[in-house]
Design a protein around this ligand. Structure first.
Ligand code: GRF
Length: 192
């Protein structure tokens, strides 16, 4: 007899631009019973993104577009998301800024992970900025995506100590490790 299947998971797309360690982690999370989401699509604006390899590894559809003609490209992505019945989007190391109209189409349904304690250090080079400013604490944040960069409502944050010996590289490694715990926890919180 077929196993009883619980309530359906929310079909989710993950948008990436690079390594995709958060993507891999989210795919693994999505497979556990308590995950409210399933990962059904990987989108990358970078055809060389290492994270695209997880498409083959986990048998998940992928779609690549450099978003150069951004209006047309975004329309195509929206069509695809609709076709695939995607209801939720996780940005994970996605380096492009989505247009207002794209975000409006997924209002309150796009979240992002950022390697700082927002509202501190929006944008790039967060670890360099934290070290240059001699901060003692940094962290990571999962937040809703709005038209204003890294400014939507915060879902969860994790604080991480900065030691004197830390460099941007060691800090990035430490923070990324915590991101892998924070992102699934934030998704659970969103759907609770
Ligand atoms: C993470 O630190 C994320 O917070 C930032 O970019 C990095 C992506 O890493 N936005 P990965 O591609 O998930 O390994």
């Amino acid at each position: 007899m077929a196993k009883l299947i619980g309530p359906k998971k929310v079909k989710t797309a993950v948008f990436i631009s690079g390594t995709g360690s958060n993507l891999k982690n989210l795919i693994k999370f999505s497979k556990i019973k308590s995950s409210p989401v399933s990962i059904d699509l990987i989108f990358s604006n970078n055809s060389k993104a290492k994270g695209l390899n997880f498409s083959g590894q986990f048998n998940i559809k992928k779609y690549v577009s450099n978003l150069k003609n951004s209006k047309l490209a975004e329309t195509k992505i929206l069509d695809l998301l609709k076709k695939e019945n995607i209801k939720f989007i996780c940005l994970a190391g996605f380096m492009k800024i989505l247009s207002k109209s794209f975000i409006k189409n997924f209002n309150g349904k796009i979240i992002n992970i950022h390697p700082s304690l927002l509202p501190k250090y929006k944008g790039l080079n967060t670890h360099t900025k934290a070290i240059q400013n001699k901060d003692k604490i940094t962290g990571c944040t999962v937040h809703f995506v709005t038209a204003k960069l890294d400014s939507g409502k915060i879902i969860l944050q994790k604080k991480i100590k900065i030691f004197k010996k830390d460099t941007p590289a060691t800090l990035a490694k430490k923070v990324l490790k915590r991101e892998h715990k924070l992102y699934p926890a934030a998704i659970k919180k969103v759907f609770n």
